[in-house]
Design a protein around this ligand. Structure first.
Ligand code: FAD
Length: 425
């Protein structure tokens, strides 16, 4: 078994020269973080004529962007009905729609830049883990279909077999607009596109210090210093010192994934005949899909823990049991990959974007970032070019997580809380 992201393992790597670049001089914009937010922002800033340098502590896609489930789905991290309760219909509806725009932007970028990343719109299947969740699906579908132009279709339990080869669920709901893609090929293809647009990518170049100098900033890396007029912090759940103000506002929660050996086409036709991306309806949910080479990818927040090799392995065992519970027909399937990554949770599970101390930032996608980090990359480029209204999250305060001083000691407690909610809810 490989303890590495299947996506990164099966995508072309970037140029080795990115690891030996010289860091010096002056640039218009410095972007810190080589995930979707950073790379898409860098691409759009460079297209707009700016001189852009991007700094990644490892390689492009090293963070969540190269480790996720490869699902670009409609809707926020919190459900639409919760969002309407919290912020009113108009605001919730407008934010909900931006997730659809994020999926459209992915499609446009892969088309315009010729990125071969298996982008498709098979739709998303959401599965009721408990009988009571079916009523919630009915209310959600009604709201989305009648007031938000959605086309959600309910699938009663008796008809679920046309969507999934499992009897573990009580009903389903299909959203046809959601997409799937090979996220390793996507993020690395975007890196190449950014370079074609003129961005200089510095890999293995962690930004270790950031100081204000006049109206701009100086960034310090192990390979040298550089000055920049503007800085975008796009470090997501991987935000650490020296960016302490942001670090204590983000809970980095581990999410883990396993991928089986390649399966026969007939087995895939039984598991997910429509090839939709799927998830269940628990708080600590599982999500799954078929990869382009016919593996079942099965993920979830198996444990509320950080991602590291030991943690990933333990989580892999839990996920395998969960996978066999859903698909008993996979009890003999070999697991070829097991990996983990960090999800950037904020207190209200809303994205946070703006400026602090003269530094721009966008982070906090709470596990729904494939489409939104892509969209916010473009929006931040517009915002930084003089259009603050492009920041669609500007009204959301970035509050500190009480008791968060650096290491996320509170994760097991949060995990126990959500497990309890799943048991009783
Ligand atoms: C296991 C998992 C499954 C997920 N599944 C889905 C899914 O199916 N659908 C979905 O929509 N979302 C999913 N997500 C969430 C999604 O992947 C993220 O929201 C999105 O990729 C965030 O992109 P980003 O660019 O903001 O951050 P990241 O991709 O995490 O990039 C941040 C980068 O900053 C770098 N960095 C940090 N500090 C420094 C520094 N000081 N100097 C230089 N570089 C630095 C890191 O190395 C990292 O590469 C998942 C996440 C995980 C972990």
């Amino acid at each position: 078994m490989k303890f590495t992201s299947y996506w990164l393992d099966t995508a072309p790597t970037g140029s080795p020269e990115r690891s030996t670049t010289t860091v010096e001089g002056h640039t218009d914009v410095a972007v810190i973080g080589g995930g979707l937010t950073g790379v898409v922002a860098a691409l759009h800033l460079a297209r707009g004529g700016a001189k852009v340098a991007l700094f990644e502590q490892d390689t492009v896609g090293f963070g969540a962007s190269g480790r996720n489930g490869g699902m670009a789905t409609t809707g926020m991290s919190i459900g639409i009905r919760d969002a309407v309760d919290k912020m009113g219909f108009e605001k919730a509806a407008s934010l909900y729609r931006t997730y659809g725009q994020g999926i459209d932007l992915i499609e446009k970028l892969v088309t315009d830049e010729g990125i071969d990343c298996h982008f498709a719109r098979p739709g998303k299947l959401i599965l009721a883990s408990k009988p009571a969740h079916v009523q919630g699906f009915e209310k959600t579908a009604d709201l989305l279909n009648t007031r938000l132009g959605g086309d959600l279709q309910l699938v009663p339990r008796s008809e679920l077999r046309r969507e999934i080869g499992s009897d573990a669920f009580h009903g389903g709901m299909v959203d046809s607009k959601s997409a799937s893609l090979h996220v390793g090929k996507y993020i690395r293809g975007l890196g190449e596109a950014a370079e074609r647009a003129g961005v200089t990518i510095h890999e293995h170049a962690p930004v270790q210090n950031l100081t204000k100098v006049g109206s701009g900033h100086e960034l310090e890396t192990p390979r040298g210093r550089i000055r920049a007029n503007q800085v975008l912090l796009a470090t997501g759940a991987y935000t650490r010192r020296p960016f302490r103000w942001h670090q204590v506002r983000i809970a980095p929660v581990g999410s883990f994934i396993i991928a089986t050996e390649p399966l026969d086409e007939s087995v895939c036709d039984d598991l997910l005949p429509t090839r939709r991306v799927a998830s269940d309806s628990k708080n600590l949910l599982n999500y799954f899909r078929i990869t382009p080479d016919n593996r079942l990818l099965f993920g979830g927040r198996a444990r509320f823990a950080m991602s590291n090799p030991q943690s990933d392995e333990k989580s892999g065992t839990i996920l395998r049991d969960a996978m066999v519970h859903v698909f008993p027909q996979l009890s003999d399937a070999r697991i070829d990959y097991c990996w983990g990554g960090l999800v950037d949770m904020t207190l209200d599970r809303m994205v946070k974007a703006g400026q602090h101390d003269g530094v721009y930032y966008s982070m906090g996608y709470a596990g729904h970032g494939v489409q939104m980090a892509t969209l916010m990359g473009r929006q931040m480029a517009e915002y930084m070019s003089g259009a603050p209204e492009a920041n669609i999250w500007r009204d959301f305060e970035f509050r500190r997580i009480p008791g968060h001083f650096g290491p996320p000691w509170f994760l097991p407690f949060a995990g126990a809380y959500y497990k309890f909610k799943d048991r009783v809810g």
